[in-house]
Write a protein that binds this ligand. Structure first.
Ligand SMILES: [Zn+2]
Length: 271
């Protein structure tokens, strides 16, 4: 995790614990989905991640926005950036007229038809980010709460679907996720991918806790079994009292380790 300028850049594996440490102070009920269109895979080239982020910030400031428009950015290599000038407790500038109560995620690339084809690493990171956010913020994973920019008009009216001519933009792209930017497309590929990641996250956690508890229990049972095992007289008993059956006074002398100790204490007292 690297903090530089106005951003934190992290690996996908660092996101969940980072998010867990965040205190959310506003009500967030919607997760927006955007592509950057520009920058995209072609313009990125070997450009430094921070240079790219600061470039987006500068162009957003030039719109007279108070800072970077998005709260979170997902790069083509799967790395995730957090905007410090638009932290998760700040209302984003993602969809004009529909930003209150929303969190804005920008996915680097141009996912219109004929544009970029999303890398596996970016897909994985994107599903992870949305699943972690939905989990943390208790947001249902459906198309009423995880919304494409294209489902809104230019004034922020929710159309509920991509409607060419009425939608303000094609964002996150007419070939987003390989399915397109309609509500049906989201229900086909993107939403199920997030749901799958969400159950992986939750299932994994439960499995680990369960495994740990079971192992503790098994260890305790083994200890109890060991302690209750009857054994022949220990060497110390034989050397102290001359024999294990006290010269034939007790038949079949087999006790637990604790039993032999109790017997020895009794014998010493009666001596
Ligand atoms: Zn957008």
């Amino acid at each position: 995790m690297i903090t530089k300028g106005n951003f934190i850049l992290m690996e996908v594996g660092e996101f969940r614990s980072w998010l867990a440490s965040q205190k959310v102070t506003r009500t967030i009920t919607k997760l927006q989905v955007h592509h950057t269109w520009r920058p995209n895979y072609s313009t990125r080239g070997g450009q430094d991640h921070f240079a790219c982020l600061e470039g987006m910030r500068r162009s957003h400031l030039a719109n007279d926005w108070s800072g970077t428009g998005q709260n979170i950015t997902v790069f083509e290599d799967g790395r995730i950036a957090i905007s410090l000038d638009r932290n998760i407790n700040s209302t984003p500038a993602g969809i004009k007229g529909a930003n209150t109560g929303a969190l804005c995620m920008e996915i680097i690339g141009n996912f219109d038809k004929g544009g970029d084809s999303m890398t596996g690493a970016q897909k994985q990171s994107v599903t992870h980010v949305y699943a972690c956010l939905a989990d943390k913020l208790n947001i249902p994973v459906d198309t009423s709460h995880i919304v494409y920019h294209a489902w809104y008009t230019a004034s922020g009216l929710f159309l509920g679907d991509y409607v060419p001519g009425k939608s303000s933009k094609t964002c996150p792209g007419t070939n987003f996720w390989g399915n397109g930017n309609t509500r049906a497309a989201a229900n086909k590929g993107f939403i199920p991918a997030i749901q799958q990641e969400m159950s992986r996250l939750n299932g994994e956690g439960e499995d680990e806790v369960m495994k740990e508890q079971l192992n503790k229990l098994a260890k305790r049972v083994a200890e109890l079994e060991e302690a209750s095992k009857r054994v022949p007289a220990p060497k110390w008993f034989v050397s102290e009292f001359g024999s294990s059956d006290l010269g034939g006074k007790i038949s079949e002398p087999e006790f637990t380790q604790e039993g032999w100790r109790v017997l020895a204490v009794g014998l010493r007292v009666s001596k």
